[in-house]
Design a binder for this molecule. Structure first.
Ligand code: FEO
Length: 170
């Protein structure tokens, strides 16, 4: 594999694990402020991020590349409000989408159709990622001044469950 492509894929393993860290930090914070439904929602999100990371990890190895695992950046740990957390989550997903699109551009530049094809799953996944963070931001902005309503949205958030995507082993 092209050296720049390999380095960029390794960077993305790190970025996806950092995403998992960020959402775990948010999950812990929600638990601490008595919102277990949002805490559970964020834990599921963190599990999905670990899958994203491991798909890159497995792909690098399948292509005969060397996996390089640098330290994972410490995430932010406190937030002023519920909606601020989902606003941060949405902003983070926009950042990850940009990274994925840059990876696609690099795969085209170095003429690596296998990586290009592999990345299509992430291009589609990021549409979902931005939508789910955006939906939660909209909902929590509407209800955060009304504790009764926030309680029900928190309970609704608890319904989210993690499902392993088909064909993925971690
Ligand atoms: Fe792996 Fe939430 O993007």
């Amino acid at each position: 594999m092209d050296k720049k492509m390999l380095a960029a894929l390794n960077d993305q393993v790190n970025a996806e694990f950092h995403s998992a860290y960020l959402y775990l930090a948010m999950s812990a914070h929600f638990e601490n402020i008595g919102l277990p439904g949002f805490a559970s929602w964020m834990k599921v999100q963190a599990q999905e991020e670990m899958v994203h990371a491991m798909k890159f990890f497995n792909f690098i190895l399948d292509r005969g590349g060397k996996v390089d695992l640098p330290a994972i950046e410490k995430p932010k740990g406190t937030w002023k409000s519920v909606s601020e957390m989902f606003a941060d989550a949405l902003e983070h997903e926009h950042y990850i989408t940009k990274r994925i699109h840059d990876l696609v551009a690099l795969a085209i530049k170095v003429n690596d159709p296998a990586t290009q094809s592999f990345l299509q799953w992430y291009v589609d996944e990021q549409v979902e990622e931005e939508k789910s963070a955006g939906d939660m931001l909209q909902k929590t902005r509407m209800v955060e001044k009304a504790p009764g309503a926030l309680y029900f949205v928190d309970r609704e958030a608890a319904a989210r469950v993690f499902t392993m995507p088909a064909g993925v082993t971690i």
